[in-house]
Write a protein that binds this ligand. Structure first.
Ligand code: PLP
Length: 386
């Protein structure tokens, strides 16, 4: 296969070689069922528990039993939301933001059709919420406040400590979708007042199809996937052992490398961003200048279609994105950028570059060399040109 400069790591990441190797025996020699009475299967239970410890360690959680393995970030989000609503049946109000991932937004849209009232907090032009709006939205019947840790399109990091504290003070359960943040920034959940936190393996070099939900000790919990006794009765279904093992190793790797790697990745991201702003006129970074994931930049190129840019980048072997992986492919403008009030001429031509520890300086140089030529050419033929 042709070499690809992959800068779409918020969509998904490569499985780390160490993760792949750690998973391999669980497809071949060690394929037993961890619930079996015999040692061939039963011993595998210990591997699941080791992974639980590794996830808890990366999150800085107080106890590994606070981690439940799921099939993906979407399942973790749905479990957090549905468990809370089931546990507080008298409460019918939900607070979230306008810029959540569809894994959260579409659940709330659905719940609005079945008797729930949802407040969607607005964001400003830098993608930030207003804490006063949050405070004034919480009422007696608010069941859950659900605010993403970091936005998948812009990388904007929300003030989770403050928002979670507001919810806690008012006695409301706080959930954060941290799918984009885990593995990219350090966590210490013993010091962060969140009750529920979702993560997904494939965003941090584990495979697709595995995720986890952190449930703080003492939080009311009702299983979403009802079935067997797995996950201490909190999530039925035979465990996806290879992927759970892979997620554990991915968390260990992230913990070991996060500080050094994220400093390096941020320097590459900043180099790319600065070069684009300097070399290409009518460009603008979407999102807060500082409060952003170190690997992400979302840049608007005025008067061009994002899809045209992506196709031209693709021809050069560069894989980037025009929004969340789920919405790219449709020509609907990003709900995140629209909520930020970004002018239409920029929204249409906004591209997300998201880096990982496998990107090099050469990758960035290659993009810097090719992108200005692509944009110049597209602007020459753009029907939107002024
Ligand atoms: N939440 C956010 C912020 C995401 O970026 C994604 C995936 O892009 C998800 C949830 C869904 O995760 P998964 O693909 O594991 O279901």
């Amino acid at each position: 296969m042709k070499k690809v400069i992959y800068v779409d790591n918020n969509a998904t990441t490569i499985v780390a070689p160490e993760v792949f190797e750690a998973m391999r025996p669980f497809f071949t020699e060690r394929y037993g069922n961890p619930s079996s009475m015999h040692a061939f299967g039963g011993e595998i239970y210990n591997n699941i528990e080791c992974s639980r410890e590794a996830v808890a360690d990366l999150l800085g959680a107080g106890d590994p039993s606070e981690i439940i393995f799921t099939s993906c970030g979407t399942e973790s989000d749905s479990t957090a939301i549905m468990s809370t609503l089931h546990s507080y049946p008298e409460k019918k109000h939900i607070i979230t933001t306008k810029v959540e991932h569809p894994a959260v937004l579409n659940v709330y849209n659905y719940l609005e059709t079945s008797g729930y009232r949802v407040t969607y907090l607005a964001v400003d032009s830098e993608g930030m919420i207003d804490l006063n709006e949050l405070k004034s939205s919480i009422g007696q019947d608010t069941a859950i406040v659900s605010i993403m840790y970091a936005n998948n399109e812009t990388g904007v990091i929300f003030p989770i400590e403050e928002t979670a504290e507001i919810a806690r003070t008012r006695g409301v359960i706080f959930h954060t979708d941290a799918v984009q943040a885990v593995g990219k920034i350090p966590f210490k959940l013993t010091e962060l007042p969140v009750d529920l936190l979702s993560l997904s393996g494939h965003k941090l070099h584990a495979p697709k199809g595995v995720g986890a939900l952190y449930v703080r000790k003492g939080t009311r919990f009702t299983p979403f996937l009802i079935g067997g006794h797995q996950e201490h009765g909190r999530r039925g279904g035979t465990e996806n052992v290879p992927s759970i093992v892979g997620l554990g190793v991915a968390c260990q790797l992230a913990k070991k490398t996060i500080e050094e790697e994220m400093t390096r990745i941020k320097a590459l991201r900043d180099k790319l961003e600065n070069a684009i702003l300097e070399k290409i006129p009518n460009t603008k970074v979407n999102g807060h200048p500082e409060l952003r994931l170190p690997n992400t930049t979302n840049i608007g190129f005025e008067f061009i279609e994002g899809e045209a840019i992506l196709l031209k980048l693709d021809e050069k072997g560069i894989a980037a994105s025009s929004g969340s992986a789920c919405t790219s492919g449709s020509l609907t403008p990003s709900h995140v950028l629209r909520a930020m009030g970004i002018p239409f001429t920029f929204v249409q031509g906004s591209i997300r570059f998201s880096l990982s520890r496998y990107n090099t300086g050469k990758d960035i140089d290659y993009i810097i060399e090719n992108l200005p030529v692509i944009i110049k050419r597209l602007r020459e033929i753009s029907p939107y040109k002024q």
